[in-house]
Design a binder for this molecule. Structure first.
Ligand SMILES: *[C@@H]1O[C@H](CO)[C@@H](O)[C@H](O)[C@H]1NC(C)=O
Ligand SMILES: *[C@@H]1O[C@H](CO)[C@@H](O)[C@H](O)[C@H]1NC(C)=O
Ligand SMILES: *[C@@H]1O[C@H](CO)[C@@H](O)[C@H](O)[C@H]1NC(C)=O
Ligand SMILES: *[C@@H]1O[C@H](CO)[C@@H](O)[C@H](O)[C@H]1NC(C)=O
Ligand SMILES: *[C@@H]1O[C@H](CO)[C@@H](O)[C@H](O)[C@H]1NC(C)=O
Ligand SMILES: *[C@@H]1O[C@H](CO)[C@@H](O)[C@H](O)[C@H]1NC(C)=O
Ligand SMILES: *[C@@H]1O[C@H](CO)[C@@H](O)[C@H](O)[C@H]1NC(C)=O
Ligand SMILES: *[C@@H]1O[C@H](CO)[C@@H](O)[C@H](O)[C@H]1NC(C)=O
Ligand SMILES: *[C@@H]1O[C@H](CO)[C@@H](O)[C@H](O)[C@H]1NC(C)=O
Ligand SMILES: *[C@@H]1O[C@H](CO)[C@@H](O)[C@H](O)[C@H]1NC(C)=O
Length: 714
């Protein structure tokens, strides 16, 4: 059992915490509650939730946040079905209209643990919700792998499907696929965490699908049975009788069988799918007047991987045995297990259940299409008592082999979809199936492994806000087009770290600040095509990609830009200072906003160079080490958070004289071309203080330079 599950399960045992969890707020973005459970009543009003009496207080929430916004519509079941007594989750559905066969609609269950085991269960109750009395059939998928066909043949039958899956990622999708036989709909959807040791046959590569076959005496087509007789209320045990909330239904009355029960706890330390005694195992079926118990099943075509056209299906059968009667020493309950009349395991000829100790006997068998599997528990010749059977589960084994998108890529794409509220037809897995790959994506489909996103075109998609870090997670992405949106904020550094990126179009946005040096470098050495035109607020440190429009309007800048990068930066400072001085003096550090009013001068300088006087004090350890002094002020040694050593030049004069000097110096430096003057990192200006922060180069040259002993450009 995973740690998270263990914690969750420990919690529910405490009544106080149990109470707490019922009042815990409803999950709104597809994540589990405190038990790790997700319980969704599809089709109720967005944001609503309720405590379900039939499950002793589990909280059911609306499906908003689990299903794509705007997908499908809600409806209630119609009379007379709406008048039948049944749990509330059957009274509403979400349906996904649309004529297109192949159209997918998906629920995304989030905040799961990758590699952890989960039980996924969903329910369908038609109830003439559409007033059309047309019974649909549609397909159900676990991610990109087919789960079952939901074939509604009776309007008031509850169709329930369960699967045991290992989640490959932090999310799991359950999708309804239109197969051209009516509108897909769903009544409810559950997810329950299971223990890691449970159902070891469920792996990343295969899931266990609970056999979906109806037996005459059983209420549901769920092949997980207990043998209480007469059937207890509804004949169903689930949470809290089963802490994993598996649904155990009554096998139903079989005339030839009777029951043995106990009130004593059954030790489950040898039955890995239980971790505490359960009422489920406290009853057992036994023949009335015979020495054998037989049960059987046929291949369930609704679960076959390709609609019944499958040569064979593997099944996992789990039988739970525990002796419930204290037997006198002369008595012997012993039996062998036969499959289709043949001894199943010749090396273990017989079973003798232990008193109040449960054991699972597990079988994997492969059945051909249409074949019938008959399991017989037959008393051995020495036995004095007939066989017993306490509980039973039958699963069909499904390979989860469909190629899907790389988990990291898929998560990044889902975040991008959510962040920008994209209303594209982006449903289910981004790359798979190939025919339903998300628009705007190009994927690579290797023969093994997972699909990867190679190209992403989101040009003209009304994206607003910052460039989301999720883009940086697309490690195979070569081509990224975000042009012609209203993206704002800085051009993030992570774009330069994307290992495969060779084309990046950010033009026609509202991005601001400087272009990260690493990105420019990639651009300059030819490894990246970079487009950043028509971003009114970008200052690109002198690369030729600056807004041409602006250059025309400000010829001094054009001249400056032709000089080297650091000099250009200094000139920007000077220019802006001059422009600022022409306006009324502003009190804040200029770099706080780095921009001036008026459309022409909207520059955003020094993304990382926004210093307050306080910060300068911190950087220089309260101006501890003076390393030089110039006409305009003292120069101090400082250290930035990233350990970078800087020189901080300070002028504490408040007079306009001081201001003038400062500007003169800035302008002077702006004309300087000095090999050691690498770059101006930041800038600070308020009512009382002026400061410049430079990258510090060891040696006297810089100090000389800052004193005014500068080398002139030519
Ligand atoms: C649904 O069930 C009916 C009746 O058993 C059958 O005739 C029909 O072919 C099934 N449809 C699908 C899609 O499996
Ligand atoms: C077993 O089932 C019968 C009904 O079939 C019931 O009358 C009887 O009380 C049950 N026995 C025990 C021991 O629970
Ligand atoms: C179950 O049996 C094991 C020995 O196999 C024992 O260690 C454990 O304490 C028992 N549990 C209970 C609840 O009696
Ligand atoms: C039990 O089975 C035997 C043999 O089939 C039969 O003769 C006998 O009448 C049965 N007894 C009852 C109580 O059904
Ligand atoms: C079933 O599968 C076989 C081979 O696996 C194929 O030849 C046949 O056409 C399929 N039939 C249908 C109805 O899909
Ligand atoms: C047969 O029984 C033996 C002994 O219990 C066990 O080790 C083995 O795994 C069983 N074989 C199969 C196929 O289950
Ligand atoms: C569990 O199985 C082991 C090995 O077969 C056995 O020694 C132990 O007693 C069993 N525990 C219980 C509670 O039956
Ligand atoms: C995606 O692939 C198609 C077909 O090869 C091509 O036409 C399109 O330009 C590609 N899109 C991107 C963004 O690379
Ligand atoms: C271009 O510059 C980037 C960033 O410094 C570097 O990683 C890459 O290897 C360079 N490519 C070429 C072809 O020089
Ligand atoms: C910049 O915007 C203008 C006006 O909207 C447009 O005509 C031009 O094509 C754009 N340039 C680029 C590089 O997108």
């Amino acid at each position: 059992m995973s740690a998270a599950t263990a914690t969750a399960r420990r919690r529910y045992r405490s009544p106080v915490l149990l109470l707490l969890c019922f009042f815990a707020s409803a999950p709104i973005h597809g994540q589990p509650d405190v038990l790790g459970f997700i319980s969704i009543d599809c089709g109720i009003a967005e944001g609503s939730s309720y405590t379900d009496g039939s499950t002793r207080g589990l909280k059911y929430v609306s499906d908003a946040g689990f299903v794509d916004a705007g997908a499908g519509a809600n409806a209630g079941v119609r009379p007379p079905y709406s008048q039948q007594a049944q749990p509330a989750r059957y009274l509403n559905v979400r349906y996904f209209p649309g004529p297109a066969a192949g159209a997918r609609s998906c629920y995304t269950l989030r905040e799961l643990s990758p590699g952890a085991k989960y039980l996924v269960r969903c329910g369908f109750y038609y109830g003439n919700y559409d007033k059309l009395r047309t019974l649909p059939a549609f397909d159900l998928y676990l991610g990109v792998d087919r789960w079952a066909t939901v074939n509604v043949t009776t309007p008031d039958e509850r169709y329930i499907l369960e699967a045991v899956v290992v989640s490959p990622a932090s999310f799991l999708q359950v999708c309804l696929v239109n197969i051209g036989l009516g509108t897909p709909f769903i009544s409810w959807l559950d997810l329950r965490p299971l223990g890691a040791a449970m159902y070891p046959e469920a792996t990343l590569k295969q899931s266990l699908l609970l056999l979906n076959l109806r037996r005459p005496g059983a209420k549901y087509a769920l092949n997980r049975y207990h043998f209480w007789r007469p059937a207890t209320s509804y004949g169903v045990f689930r949470y809290p009788s089963d802490p994993y909330d598996r649904v155990w239904q009554s096998y139903g009355d079989v005339a030839a069988w009777t029951n043995i029960t106990t009130t004593a706890a059954v030790n489950v330390s040898n039955a890995s799918s239980f971790d505490e005694p359960s009422v489920v195992l406290q009853s057992a079926a036994t023949p009335v007047n015979a020495t054998r118990l037989d049960f059987s099943w046929t291949l369930d075509s609704s679960l076959s991987p390709n609609n019944g056209n499958s040569s064979s299906t593997a099944y996992v059968l789990l039988m739970y045995f525990a002796e419930l009667q204290q037997l006198p020493s002369a008595a012997l309950r012993q039996f062998s297990i036969l499959i289709n009349g043949a001894s199943w395991n010749s090396s273990r000829r017989s079973y003798a259940p232990k008193y109040l100790s449960a054991e699972i006997v597990k079988m994997v068998l492969v059945q051909g299409s249409g074949d019938r599997a008959v399991v017989s528990l037959v008393a051995t010749p020495e036995a004095t008592l007939p066989p017993i059977l306490n509980a039973l589960e039958i699963y069909s084994v499904r390979q989860m082999t469909q190629l899907k998108t790389d988990n990291v890529d898929a998560e990044a794409m889902m975040t991008i979809r959510t962040t920008y509220a994209l209303k594209k037809n982006w449903i289910g897995d981004p790359c798979a199936p190939k025919d339903f790959a998300w628009h705007g994506l190009n994927c690579s489909y290797p023969s093994s492994g997972s699909a990867q996103i190679k190209a992403l075109n989101l040009a003209s998609n009304v994206l607003t806000g910052a460039i989301d870090p999720s883009f940086g997670h697309l490690k195979s992405l070569q081509h990224l087009d975000l042009s012609t949106n209203t993206l704002s904020g800085p051009i993030p550094d992570f774009l330069a770290q994307m290992p495969s990126l060779t084309f990046l179009d950010l033009s026609n946005n509202k991005l601001s600040g400087s272009v990260p040096a690493a990105l420019l470098q990639k651009h300059q050495n030819g490894s990246l095509i970079l487009r950043i035109g028509n971003n009114t607020n970008i200052c690109d440190n002198g690369a030729s990609t600056c807004d041409p429009d602006k250059k025309e309007k400000n010829r001094t800048l054009v001249t400056a830009i032709s000089v080297t990068i650091p000099v250009a930066t200094l000139l920007f400072v000077a220019t802006i200072l001059i422009l600022r001085r022409r306006r009324n003096k502003q009190d804040t550090w200029m770099a706080n906003n780095g921009r001036l009013s008026g459309p022409r001068e909207r520059y955003n300088l020094f993304e990382n160079g926004q210093f307050s006087y306080k910060e300068l004090k911190l950087i220089t350890a309260n101006f501890r080490e003076e390393i030089g002094r110039g006409g305009f002020g003292a120069v101090f040694l400082g250290h930035l958070e990233n350990e970078r050593t800087v020189a901080v030049k300070i002028c504490s004069k408040t007079s306009s004289e001081g201001d003038k000097e400062f500007l003169a110096e800035a302008q002077h430096l702006g004309r300087v071309h000095h090999r050691n003057l690498v770059s101006l990192i930041g800038y600070c200006k308020d009512k009382k203080h002026l400061g410049l922060v430079y990258e510090y180069m060891h040696g006297g040259d810089l100090e000389d330079c800052l004193r005014g002993n500068v080398v002139s450009p030519n």
